[in-house]
Design a binder for this molecule. Structure first.
Ligand SMILES: Nc1ncnc2c1ncn2[C@@H]1O[C@H](COP(=O)(O)OP(=O)(O)OP(=O)(O)O)[C@@H](O)[C@H]1O
Ligand SMILES: [Mg+2]
Length: 253
């Protein structure tokens, strides 16, 4: 484990797309077991930050360390194998196979990659793990449905199951409640907290819904035009004038 229990360290990361600075010298440290949220207006650089951490984008400058190991510029598969899983802003499941098969395939791919399929992670374990996850998200009764027949909210739950099936240390959730009903949003928030604490997971979360963010986060970083303008506990962020201005200032579209 890295020093001071820091699982993820983003150190002065910048990412430009041509002339556009999507991220400018962003630093943050996420500790083991924390739910750390990244918020900010549209286009602030939140998804870009996730893409840099998960290896989809190579940063223009700066470094990313996971459990003390530098992962800057490593391939997404390699970073995933080290224990970082990510969900996407847009739902990313296999629509034409069953709910159970979705999770089993995800779990098995991880077991296979890490060479555990023949030893520790036998098929019955994979299946039991998949069933546990579906049960936790209330999806077990729908295990044999085609994934495409689930409601939007259930599909988003399934996607979180797919990320967790790889047994990550750190999970990156990009707007997991997007498109959910208010009720699903409340349930999802409680579930994410509960599962993170039961599994000792560290969570980096992007979320637009302020009530979710304030209720779930141990710590919050605020991005605005690619820069981190504030970081702190929920109460600090709620009362930070810079944050209020970023959200309530003149529309930037
Ligand atoms: N692959 C890319 N190529 C060019 N520009 C990009 C690319 N990805 C993101 N951008 C730009 O970088 C900026 C930050 O985008 P990003 O998707 O990180 O924002 P975001 O905070 O996730 O926004 P949203 O809340 O709308 O999801 C935007 O101006 C976006 O248009
Ligand atoms: Mg985004």
């Amino acid at each position: 484990m890295a020093r001071d229990g820091v699982v993820l360290e983003v150190d002065a990361v910048s990412k430009s797309f041509g002339a556009l600075a999507a991220l400018s010298k962003v630093s943050l440290a996420v500790r083991a077991g924390q739910i750390f949220s990244v918020i900010g207006p549209n286009g602030a650089g939140k998804s870009t930050l996730f893409n840099v951490v998960s290896g989809l984008h190579v940063p223009t400058a700066g470094r990313v360390r996971f459990r003390g190991q530098e992962i800057t510029g490593l391939a997404p598969e390699t970073i995933n194998r080290l224990g970082v899983a990510k969900t996407f802003q847009i739902t990313n499941i296999f629509p034409q196979i069953s709910v159970f098969e979705n999770v089993r395939v995800a779990a098995q791919s991880r077991a296979h990659e890490s060479g555990r399929l023949s030893s520790l992670w036998r098929l019955p374990d994979v299946e039991a793990g998949a069933a546990d996850l579906l049960r936790a998200f209330g999806l077990l009764p729908k295990r044999d449905e085609l994934a495409e027949n689930l409601s939007h909210g259930e599909q988003r739950y399934l996607e979180i199951c797919l990320a967790l099936a790889t047994e990550p240390t750190l999970v990156l959730l990009d707007e997991p409640t997007a498109g959910m009903t208010p009720r699903e949003t409340r349930e999802a928030t409680a579930l994410i907290r509960q599962i993170a604490s039961a599994r000792g997971l560290t969570v980096l979360l992007i979320e637009h819904d302020m009530s979710v963010v304030m209720g779930i986060s141990d710590r919050i970083a605020v991005l605005h035009f690619g820069e981190k303008i504030a970081e702190g506990a929920p109460e600090q962020i709620r009362n930070d004038p810079k944050v209020v201005e970023a959200y309530l200032g003149p529309p930037e579209d």
